[in-house]
Design a binder for this molecule. Structure first.
Ligand code: ARG
Length: 513
């Protein structure tokens, strides 16, 4: 796995619309099969081209072309012979690869030019009853589905890792913090499940977004529909979309689906950043040990083992957030229906998806391979009188008003020396007599107080639903496992639908060539 920011592939990297990654477009003069000479050259040619960045949607574009051509033939808009020749050319263009496309403003124009080069003027029938506007919107959605399923699948794998490690540590007591101050003891399982729950919502958001991405704009044409008798349902079906994006102006203009995907990714990246930060802090205290594969060292300090992978996970959360900002800034204030600004919208989502997918995978690997030192964690769990709330709860359960119990325990805490973690029974008893006017034994027996002062018992007491007591966490783990099975099935269903559509399109294409 490489860190994308250090090893950009020139051809894929952002900014290549300037022509930096695509000399052909920048240096071109003369017309293509598509545009007349008047619009073909000039110093801004490279600036306008997205051909290099469109590598991402090259395969999608060919599928969209195929579905469109099959539909045109079925509707009698073009004849079967022309359809066959175009479909044949598309296969040839695919085999040659994106790098062999002729120079053009974008992949759509390049593929059409390549078709016309192979088929002759009849190849120009491919672009009947559509525009690059509905075409590009369809290509983006088509490709995005695959990427969304991949990142959603990665979140499921991360959750599986969290659940698996949690299952091994249902009884491993550890310190829990608020404000980074020792607060109450909890367990490693409870802690890890807290992130499983967060990432589960990330999976849900991604799948939700998927269902709105999964609508076909094709047939909307430039924005205003077409006089041809197109069958939008049919192209949607051949491309595996669950239906059409209805209004033709909305269909070709909107990129709101990119916003929700990128927002879901930014949210996910922020969840991961929190997990990363926790583990970084815990590692610094020896509360968790990362595997060597997920650590780095210093070039000068030989003793160092640093949690660099997680620092990059934390750092990369900025990529997705920046992407969301970039995207919204691009889209804000664009009038209906199509503007070329949109050519620079997709990159924010692609960059975010690549960056965050890798982060999810690295986080899963780091979690799976980390060691949780049971004894160190148990010893640390009682630090800073973290059992205080449990003692106050015990007194309140025995009938003392909670506010009074809080005061008794707070008074006792005042007596602690710097090395002491908890007051003893005698101290609590004396403070109780002082504040309440009655001995502690009036409320609760000595053994119960001493239990409550012990982190393991303190955790065991908190068995409310969703709490850290081992039985409560075991139930939560069952629920998490059930949710994982459901999400796995939801993913498989969508993957199968895409594969089935691809197979159907394949066999339709086969029937022509
Ligand atoms: N490359 C363009 C994009 O990504 C395709 C649409 C161009 N349409 C137009 N009317 N100029 O948005």
């Amino acid at each position: 796995m490489t860190d994308g920011e250090e090893t950009p592939d020139a051809d894929e990297s952002a900014g290549d619309e300037s022509g930096a990654g695509d000399g052909t477009a920048a240096n071109a003069t003369g017309g293509t099969a598509i545009r007349r000479d008047r619009f073909s050259g000039g110093p801004a040619r490279g600036f306008m081209s997205s051909l290099a960045a469109d590598r991402r949607i090259f395969a999608a574009d060919l599928q969209v072309d195929r579905a469109h051509v099959v539909m045109l033939a079925e509707q009698g808009i073009i004849d079967d012979e022309n359809a066959a020749a175009i479909l044949d050319a598309l296969a040839d263009i695919e085999a040659a690869g994106h790098g062999e496309l002729p120079e053009a403003e974008d992949v759509h124009e390049a593929v059409e030019t390549a078709v016309i080069q192979r088929v002759g003027p009849e190849g120009g029938r491919m672009h009947t009853a559509r525009s690059r506007n509905d075409e590009v919107a369809t290509c983006i959605r088509y490709r995005l589905r695959e990427d969304l399923l991949a990142v959603a699948e990665a979140t499921v794998a991360l959750r599986e890792a969290l659940v698996e490690v949690a299952s091994e540590h249902a009884e491993t007591v550890m310190p829990g913090y608020t404000h980074l101050q020792p607060a109450q003891p909890t367990t490693v399982a409870h802690y890890l499940c807290s992130y499983e729950g967060g990432v589960a919502r990330d999976t849900e958001r991604l799948l939700d977004a998927y269902d709105r991405v999964n609508r076909s704009p094709l047939g909307a044409a430039a924005f205003a529909g077409t006089p041809f008798d197109v069958d939008r349902e049919r192209t949607a079906e051949l491309l595996g979309f669950a239906g059409v994006a209805e209004n033709s102006m909305d269909a070709s203009a909107t990129r709101d689906f990119l916003v929700e995907v990128t927002a879901a990714l930014a949210n996910l990246a922020t969840t991961l950043s929190g997990l990363a930060e926790d583990v970084i802090v815990m590692a610094s205290k020896g509360h968790v040990e990362l595997a060597d594969e997920y650590s780095s060292t210093s070039s000068i300090m030989p003793q160092k083992k640093n949690p660099d992978t997680l620092e990059l996970v934390r750092g990369r959360s900025g990529d997705a957030t920046a992407g969301l900002n970039g995207l919204l800034t691009n889209l804000k204030g664009q009038p209906r229906a199509y503007n070329r600004d949109l050519q620079r919208a997709g990159r924010h989502a692609w960059d975010a998806i690549d960056s965050v997918t890798e982060s999810v995978e690295v986080a899963a690997g780091a979690v799976t391979t980390a060691e949780w030192p049971v004894e160190t964690l148990r010893d640390a769990a009682g630090e800073g009188f973290s059992t205080a709330t449990g003692v106050a709860d015990l007194l309140a359960m025995a009938g003392m008003p909670f506010r009074t119990a809080h005061e008794v325990v707070a008074e006792a805490a005042e007596t602690l020396g710097p090395e002491e973690n908890a007051p003893d029974y005698e101290t609590l008893d004396a403070v109780c007599a002082d504040i309440v006017g009655e001995p502690l034994s009036q409320f609760v027996d000595r053994e119960a107080v001493e239990d409550a002062l012990y982190p393991v018992q303190s955790v065991a007491m908190r068995d409310s639903r969703g709490g850290p007591a081992p039985e409560a966490v075991t139930e939560a783990l069952d629920t998490a496992q059930q949710r994982l099975d459901d999400d796995g099935a939801a993913l498989a269903e969508r993957q199968d639908a895409l594969a089935a559509a691809a197979a159907e399109l394949d066999s339709e294409v086969e029937s022509y060539v």
